[in-house]
Design a protein around this ligand. Structure first.
Ligand SMILES: Nc1ncnc2c1ncn2[C@@H]1O[C@H](COP(=O)(O)OP(=O)(O)OP(=O)(O)O)[C@@H](O)[C@H]1O
Ligand SMILES: [Mg+2]
Length: 435
């Protein structure tokens, strides 16, 4: 079910929502109630249709079709005076035959949608979007209900686009709590929408609930096949594959990198939208084969590790391979310890075995796991001092390139200031080699 609609930021004007469960709120954000549903329905009609004069006869046919002519006109006049009491005396321009909504002080969400102002900015929050006049049932007014349904189908493409934009914005900000509300609303309108299913799976993954993510995927995939004869896109199919933990394989040997999500169960992620957006943009350029590095700086406990890990999970779902090392003070004097861990995290990945054996031999010299994984590597060349580091950097670069031929890679060096000197030098050389 669609989630509750959060209140808009205190609007400076009276606010009418027609996208979603309709409501009217005062400038102070208080709900304004109607005793007669038809009065509110009339306002929704006049606010949705062009703000041109509407014939009184047409309005009475819409809302009071069973009433005799004079009684219908009287009901309309009553409705207009109720609305004036709520919106102000100059809310309408009327003649004997017509009614026009003026309401300069009324803000209507639909106007914002039609102006394409969905995402908001520093001062305006994103638009909350749902189905047109959700849950509004006006009894004994079939013409009105026809109008509602026609308008709903007419607006559907714009509403769907807005919800996709909102979900995308959440994805780029790492806001996987809010993304779920948008996806639920989109699914309520379009139950097989793939963008919504993807967002829902991401939301569940970031709630540490991959089983539900997988169940949602399975049910959707089956319905897609049965109802439409269609199949998931490779991206969403891949997400499901990566969420599936295959317990019978030793860790690190899986050819499809799995993405663990349990660590996110019950953990909030707040207030890091701008930083996350920056990271996500770099991940996107990495996918376009423009490697980027980023240095996360901040005092202890501020959330650096969490920020990096959130991105690694999100990018992992989208198909990234990652290798991560946590540096510790006690390992600072152990040469190659950091780079060794990073290399170990990559040697089982698809593509790694395509690395030139000469360079694998170079890596094997300082990372025993490489020698164990790739038997029969030739003896390494003698090297010392600077040239060792250069050759090791080149070897790591070759491995990274081979793996990157299959999947984009994210390398995380946490607490890099504690990395050993040799690893630091190698990392530095690798950064310089970025395409
Ligand atoms: N955006 C966030 N919203 C809510 N809680 C957060 C957020 N970021 C981090 N935390 C929580 O704050 C604590 C510290 O976070 P984290 O370990 O990521 O910080 P850090 O900067 O890496 O710290 P250190 O410098 O000690 O390594 C953790 O318990 C984490 O779950
Ligand atoms: Mg940390």
């Amino acid at each position: 079910m669609p989630g509750p609609y959060p209140s808009p930021m205190p609007p400076h004007r009276t606010f009418l929502r027609v996208l979603g469960v309709p409501e009217l709120r005062s400038a102070a954000g208080e709900p304004i109630k109607f005793r007669t549903k038809k009065h509110f329905a009339l306002l929704c009609f006049l606010a949705t249709e062009p703000r041109t004069p509407h014939r009184r006869d047409r309005l009475t046919e819409l809302l009071w079709p069973d009433a005799p002519h004079s009684e219908g006109r009287h009901s309309l006049a009553t409705a207009l005076s109720v609305l004036r009491a709520k919106l102000g005396p100059r809310a309408f321009e009327t003649t004997r035959d017509t009614v026009r909504l003026v309401a300069a002080g009324l803000e209507v969400d639909l106007d914002r949608l039609q102006r394409g102002e969905v995402l908001g900015d520093d001062v305006t929050p994103p638009l909350e979007v749902g189905g047109f006049l959700d849950d509004l049932e006006v009894s004994r007014a079939p013409e009105y209900m026809f109008w509602r349904d026609r308008t709903r189908s007419h607006l559907f493409p714009a509403i769907r686009t807005a919800l996709v934009q909102l979900m995308d914005r959440c994805r780029r900000s790492g806001d996987f709590t809010r993304i779920e509300g948008h996806s639920d609303r989109l699914l309520a309108l379009d139950e097989l929408n793939e963008d919504a299913i993807r967002a829902k799976m991401e939301a569940r993954a970031f709630a540490g609930d991959r089983l539900t993510a997988l169940r949602i995927f399975q049910a959707w995939k089956q319905r897609m096949a049965e109802d439409l004869g269609a199949a998931p896109s490779p991206l969403v199919e891949g997400m499901a594959l990566r969420l599936r933990q295959r317990g019978y394989e030793a860790p690190g040997t899986a050819h499809i990198p799995t993405v663990p999500t349990d660590q996110w169960r019950g953990r909030a992620f707040v207030g890091r939208g701008p930083q996350y957006r920056e990271l996500y943009a770099r991940w996107e350029s990495t996918q376009n084969r423009h490697g980027r590095h980023v240095l996360l700086l901040g005092e202890s406990g501020i959330g650096k590790t969490t920020l990096a890990e959130r991105l690694v999970t999100a990018a992992g779902l989208e198909g990234a391979v990652s290798s991560r090392v946590q540096c510790y003070d006690v390992e600072r004097d152990v040469p190659y310890s950091a780079i060794g861990t990073l290399v170990r995290g990559l040697i089982d990945r698809p593509g790694a075995s395509a690395t030139d054996p000469e360079w694998l031999a170079e890596l094997a010299r300082v990372v025993p796991a490489v020698a164990m994984r790739f038997q029969n590597l030739a003896g390494h060349r003698e090297a010392s001092g600077e040239s060792t580091r250069l050759r090791l950097a080149e070897a790591a670069h070759q491995l990274l390139t081979a793996v990157a031929d299959e999947h984009p890679i994210i390398i995380v060096v946490d607490d890099v200031h504690l990395a050993d000197d040799v690893s630091m030098a190698v990392l530095h050389l690798l950064l310089e080699a970025q395409p």
